[in-house]
Each structure stands twice: as structure tokens, then as C-alpha cells.
Design a protein around this ligand. Structure first.
Ligand code: UD1
Length: 431
């Protein structure tokens, strides 16, 4: 059943390091796509069906958001249906937005369909301040008027509806590109989004919107062009595979030797990660939808800098840092997308890593081994990275605050155990 409950997990993940991971796991549908597709379903009256939706707590939160707006949501084995025939509210309240910033994705669809939206202003989070100014200024270009009151963003469309415009993003923000794309499909005339984000999840969203009757070209490039239509119809869509989840298991293979194979993700979505794994001394083999990583020799120090797609993903930076803690030599990891995304490095240092942070650079000196310790996950990817560190650490590692990990990884412990990890979890839904 796809995340039906309202999930709040308590507990820890325990790992005893030293096992070689081998075998095959299937990647789930991409979290970062599924959340936006659930929001996009609000654009059309009727029942859309989205398949390959991951069973993770962020999806449960987004279901809560769209239900709160009046949509009827049902789920079965791996799909979620959203019937957005009647929307009774245009408000995403603080309580959910503060739990999951991606709730801001309903802003564009609501203002396009209902002419108004009231969405709590997302606050800071563990990986930085994460502003929404580009979402706002882009929507203003489409004619939306904003008021900011009592911690809420109040958006109002012009009386005749949104009007297409030329929008140049200052930075290829994923969330801003998606919100503008979802708003502009119902705007009159042509919208051009320049310096758009090019992530595979943007392409996935554009494909869903096209299936709903939207006219979008250029998704996956820096210039997206949208010809607005009067109305959209519900559609069916299958969520693209999760490239970050896939990359996380590939790093598990790289750390322990593998071979580890991950199915369900196009290798073209992970090109830079695969290149960096090869530079780090791994062997990478790829077919159309399976990627295998193994390693016989030592890990080589490899510099990495995070960049918008197709650059190295910021969501893979913590996992790669763990790999570099065990490499021969020194590497520099540069974080260009989010401030504050090195918080977890202190936890790795507690496990024996040699890492010095200087601004947005992490200077990592390879060490011969890590040592198991109680650590705390500070955010989703950092938590996953600490579990990876536990796989190769000497002795037992306890990763606490596991709810961060369960926001984005379906069956994380089970999948790692199926590859041979000595791992267990005391995580349980909070009653
Ligand atoms: C999405 C992903 C996240 C990923 C990130 C970058 C989801 C749910 N999350 O986040 O996993 O790490 O893309 O690939 O899809 N910014 C502004 N003003 C804005 C918007 C963004 O300054 O209006 C800044 C942010 O603070 C950040 C950078 O731009 O420093 C990138 O943010 P963005 O690409 O928007 O990431 P998200 O959509 O939040």
C-alpha cells in the first residue's frame, strides 16, 4: 500500500560493518518526481492515475496536502489516483509545509486552476535557507499578485487568468521551473522559461502534463516553451526511476566491492555519478535500465563539485563524501547548490573520517578505515550516507533520527539487507 498513513517514524538503524554487498535491487519511482506529479494532478478535474509511486513518508505528506485541498486520493499496490474534480480549498497549511518544503509545488497548480492559492511560507531547513523568490517572481511575470501575511504566501491570478510571459530564471532552480511549468500550462498565450532546470524529473513532469493535454516543448533543455491551453484532462503516468536512490546503492557497491546492480533507472540520468565512480576506481557496467558497480582495487581520491543537472547531483554529495573518506589521497568536494549541506561531516568525523570544511569546500583526507559509532542523521541524504559509512565501519553503527531517511527511501533497510548487509531497524510508525 502506498503510504496511506500519516507517517512519523521513530527509531534507529543499526549496522554491523564489514560485509561485501552483492546482488540486485530495484529502484523505486523518483521521490522528486512523484511529489510534483501529485501536485500536477490538481490541474485537471477528474481522476489521474500515477504509477510507480514510492512508498515513502514524503509521498504520504503530499497526499495529505492534496487531500486537504479537497482532492480524493486512493492508492493500491504501487499507484496513486488523484480525483481533483472538486477542490474545496486553496490552502496548504503551515503544519504540512513545515514538514515538507516540496508542498510549495501546489502553488502553481492552484493559482492556475482556481485563480488563488494560500501556501505557508517554507521556513529554513537543515541544508540551508532555500528561498522561493524565483517561484514568486516567475509567477508575477504570469500576472499573479502576491501578499505575504501571517507567514503565508497569498497568490491571486488576474481576473482573466494567467498570461504567458518570457521568464529568465537567475539560477536553474528545480522547484521554480516546476511551479512555473505547472502554472503556465493553463496561461493564455506562450510562456518561455529560460535557464530552466534540466533534471529528468522536469522531463517526467512535462510528459505527464503533455498526457493531460498541455503543450510543452524543450523540457530537459534550458529553454522550455509552453503554449497555454484552456483546460487539461486527467491522465495516467508512470514515475521515472529514482536516480538518487539508485546512486546510493551503487555507492554501497563501490564501498564494499560489490558487484551491486540496480535496475529501474536509465544510466543516462546518472552519467556524471557513473563517471566519478569510474574515476574513483570502480568498474561500471550499464545496460538500458540496469547499472552494475564493482571494485577490486583501492579507491582513488576524486574531486567532485555539485551543479545543476547534468552536473554532479547535490543529492549524491554526502554518499560520495563517504566514499572519499576511504580513498587513497586527498579530495575536494565542493557544494555549489545548497549552503549548509556539510553538517553531517561532523558525524563522519566521529566515525574516524578526516574532513575539514572550508566554506563550501570539504577537504577529505582518505583514511584506512572508519569506526562504528552512534551518529545522527541531519537530513535525508546525509542519513543515507551515514548508513553507507556504517556498512564499511569497524563494529556497530547506530544511525539515529531515521525519519529523515524514510522520507525518501522505500524499503531502505530491506534492500540493503537483501544485498547482504548486516542491518536492522527499530524504526516504527509513531502512534
Ligand atoms: C530539488 C529537490 C532536491 C534537490 C534540488 C537540487 C525536490 C523535492 N527536491 O529541491 O532534492 O537537492 O532540487 O537538485 O525535488 N533557490 C533560490 N530561490 C528560489 C529557488 C531556489 O535561491 O526561488 C536556491 C535554493 O536555496 C538552493 C538552489 O537555489 O540553494 C537550488 O534549489 P532548487 O533547485 O530550487 O531545489 P529544490 O527544488 O528546493
Amino acid at each position: 500500500m502506498v503510504a496511506e498513513r500519516r507517517v512519523a517514524f521513530v527509531g534507529s538503524i543499526f549496522i554491523r560493518g564489514g560485509r561485501t554487498l552483492t546482488g540486485t535491487v530495484e529502484a523505486a519511482g523518483a521521490k522528486n518526481s512523484a511529489l510534483k506529479l501529485l501536485a500536477a494532478a490538481l490541474l485537471a478535474p477528474g481522476r489521474s492515475r500515477i504509477a510507480n509511486v514510492p512508498d515513502i513518508s514524503d509521498v504520504a505528506t503530499m497526499i495529505e496536502v492534496v487531500r486537504g485541498l479537497g482532492a480524493v486520493v486512493d492508492s493500491d499496490a504501487d499507484s496513486v489516483s488523484v480525483d481533483a474534480t472538486r477542490l474545496s480549498s486553496a490552502e496548504a497549511p503551515y503544519e504540512v509545509v513545515s514538514r515538507m518544503r516540496a508542498s510549495i509545488a501546489v502553488l502553481g497548480p492552484l493559482v492556475a486552476r482556481l485563480g488563488r492559492a494560500r501556501v505557508a511560507m517554507p521556513g529554513g531547513c537543515n541544508i540551508g535557507s532555500r528561498k522561493v523568490d524565483m517561484h514568486i517572481s516567475g509567477l508575477e511575470s504570469l500576472g499573479v499578485e502576491f501578499a505575504f501575511e501571517h507567514g503565508y504566501i497569498e497568490a491571486t491570478a488576474p481576473p482573466g487568468g494567467l498570461v504567458g510571459a518570457h521568464i529568465m530564471l537567475e539560477f536553474p532552480s528545480v522547484g521554480a521551473t516546476e511551479n512555473l511549468l505547472m502554472a503556465s500550462v493553463l496561461a493564455s498565450g506562450t510562456t518561455v522559461i529560460d535557464n530552466a532546470a534540466r533534471e529528468p524529473e522536469i522531463v517526467d513532469l512535462a510528459e505527464f502534463l503533455a498526457a493531460m493535454g498541455a503543450r510543452v516543448t524543450g523540457a530537459g533543455t534550458s529553454t522550455i516553451e509552453v503554449e497555454g491551453v484552456e483546460a487539461l484532462a486527467p491522465a495516467e503516468h508512470r514515475v521515472v526511476g529514482d536516480r538518487v536512490e539508485c546512486g546510493t546503492y551503487l555507492v554501497a557497491g563501490a564501498l564494499t566491492g560489490g558487484p551491486v546492480t540496480v535496475r529501474g533507472v536509465s544510466p543516462s540520468h546518472l552519467e556524471m555519478v557513473l563517471l566519478k565512480l569510474e574515476q574513483a576506481g570502480c568498474e561500471v557496467r550499464a545496460t538500458d535500465d540496469a547499472i552494475t558497480v564493482s571494485r577490486n582495487g583501492p579507491l582513488r581520491a576524486t574531486d567532485v563539485q555539485t551543479l545543476p543537472y547534468p552536473g554532479f547531483p547535490t543529492d549524491m554529495q554526502p554518499q560520495f563524501m563517504v566514499l572519499m573518506t576511504l580513498a587513497d589521497g586527498d579530495s575536494v568536494i565542493t557544494e555549489n547548490v545548497f549552503e549548509n549541506r556539510f553538517m553531517f561531516a561532523d558525524e563522519l568525523v566521529r566515525m574516524g573520517a578526516d574532513i575539514r570544511i572550508e566554506g563550501h569546500h570539504a577537504l577529505v583526507k582518505g583514511t584506512p578505515g572508519l569506526s562504528g559509532a552512534p551518529v545522527r542523521s541531519t537530513d535525508l541524504r546525509a542519513g543515507a550516507a551515514l548508513v553507507l559509512a556504517g556498512l564499511v565501519a569497524d563494529g556497530r553503527t547506530e544511525v539515529g533520527e531515521v525519519h529523515h531517511i524514510l522520507r525518501g527511501y522505500e524499503g531502505f533497510v530491506e534492500k540493503l539487507a537483501s544485498l547482504g548487509a548486516d542491518i536492522e531497524s527499530t524504526a516504527a510508525p509513531e502512534c
